[in-house]
Design a protein around this ligand. Structure first.
Ligand SMILES: NC(=O)c1ccc[n+]([C@@H]2O[C@H](COP(=O)([O-])OP(=O)(O)OC[C@H]3O[C@@H](n4cnc5c(N)ncnc54)[C@H](OP(=O)(O)O)[C@@H]3O)[C@@H](O)[C@H]2O)c1
Ligand SMILES: [Zn+2]
Length: 333
């Protein structure tokens, strides 16, 4: 099969021919049709994969090609997605509580197993989500990470319809976060750099726009009554902490983005109003299915730029440049 891999830690993407992988018991072979390029794909190049060479990619959409022994819930021809969640162990304390995304074994598609920058990917049967009619593969792919992470981060945030919810950043995650927030009934604030993104933000459903390069972000949020939740999708720590002064009493900064530098917060800034900071990891395959169905139902769609698989390195550069509007998706013909 054609595949794009990271040959070793610290190296760049390269195109290779690989054998179509074996399908172990309990696993499914998926023929990839589309794979989103997520900012987290940098982790494979940065040495965070469990072994090398490693094929990145955890926003996969395609069809079931074959199923391994013992797999009863999937059959060839079904449309499926595979996300960051690479399956659960079912025996650790988190799994026993039904919290599969926190599984201690931490199987991650594209990091601990090969991902979707390829013609085929193998995944455990419990890591697959059914893709509903009404979503194309290229539309479904980004929903498998950028989508489920923002959808799940919002629905588990504690915010209720009518609350002021801000989405910080308008990239791959953020542009979906704004759509989900608006469709979930929140008074939705988009925060991004520059005036140029305001038009997009409002088209995606934002009721308010804050240009972080020109406006006082915390002050603008406070003027709206304070944010119950800020969903932080950016890669910059200071941009995240700059929102804290705009949280409502008991408001929460939900951290999705992974800046390289630590978050620096004065305790006093979150004690007075009992605010909190929380991380949030993507979601399980069930959460992805909920995301796909919600998107199909409410019209949430990623805005995408497609690149053929062979041009994965160009697509990856495009994502890293911050110029993609808004998600790069690799397509496999
Ligand atoms: N928690 C999870 O499970 C999870 C899942 C997926 C991804 N992630 C992480 O989420 C982050 C975003 O991923 P993505 O795929 O959406 O990335 P992306 O499409 O490249 O978007 C990057 C975002 O970061 C913002 N940004 C970049 N440099 C900035 C700076 N110097 N100051 C302020 N903002 C800056 C951009 O803001 P503007 O819109 O203002 O340009 C943009 O919204 C990454 O760190 C990724 O690893 C986490
Ligand atoms: Zn991702």
């Amino acid at each position: 099969m054609r595949a794009i891999q990271i040959p070793a830690a610290g190296e760049s993407l390269e195109a290779v021919d690989r054998d179509v992988p074996e399908v172990p018991r309990g696993h499914v072979l998926v023929r990839v049709s589309a794979c989103g390029v997520c900012h987290s794909d940098v982790m494979a190049g940065a040495g965070m994969a469990s072994s090398y060479p490693r094929i990145p990619g955890h926003e996969v959409a395609g069809t079931v090609e074959t199923v391994g022994e013992g797999v009863e819930q999937w059959e060839p021809g079904q449309r499926v997605g595979v996300g960051w969640f690479g399956g659960a162990c079912f025996v650790c304390d988190a799994c026993r509580d039904g919290d599969f995304i926190s599984c201690r074994v931490g199987k991650v598609t594209g990091l601990t197993s090969d991902g979707g920058y390829a013609e085929f990917v193998v995944a455990p049967a419990d890591a697959l989500a059914a893709v509903p009619d009404g979503l194309s593969d290229a539309e479904a792919a980004p929903l498998m990470c950028a989508g489920v992470t923002t959808f799940n981060g919002l629905r588990e945030s504690g915010a209720r319809p009518g609350d002021v919810v801000a989405v910080l950043g308008l990239g791959g995650l953020g542009h979906l976060g704004v759509q989900f927030a608006a469709r979930m009934g929140f008074e939705t604030v988009a925060i991004a750099r520059g005036a140029e993104k305001e038009k997009f933000a409002r088209e995606l459903g934002a009721h308010h726009y804050i240009d972080s390069t020109a406006d006082d972000v915390a002050g603008s949020l406070a003027a709206l009554g304070g944010a119950t939740v800020v969903l932080a999708t950016v890669t910059d720590a200071e941009a995240m902490t700059a929102t804290i002064g705009g949280l409502a009493p008991r408001g929460k900064l939900v951290v999705l983005g992974v800046p390289q530098e630590p978050l620096s917060v004065h305790a006093g800034a979150i004690i007075g109003g009992s605010q909190s900071l929380a991380g949030h990891a993507s979601g399980s395959a069930k959460d992805s299915e909920d995301t796909l169905r919600f998107a199909a139902l409410t019209g949430v769609r990623p805005l995408i730029e497609t690149y053929p698989l062979e041009k994965a390195a160009d697509g990856f550069e495009r994502m890293m440049s911050g110029k993609a509007r808004f998600r790069v998706v690799l397509t496999v013909d």
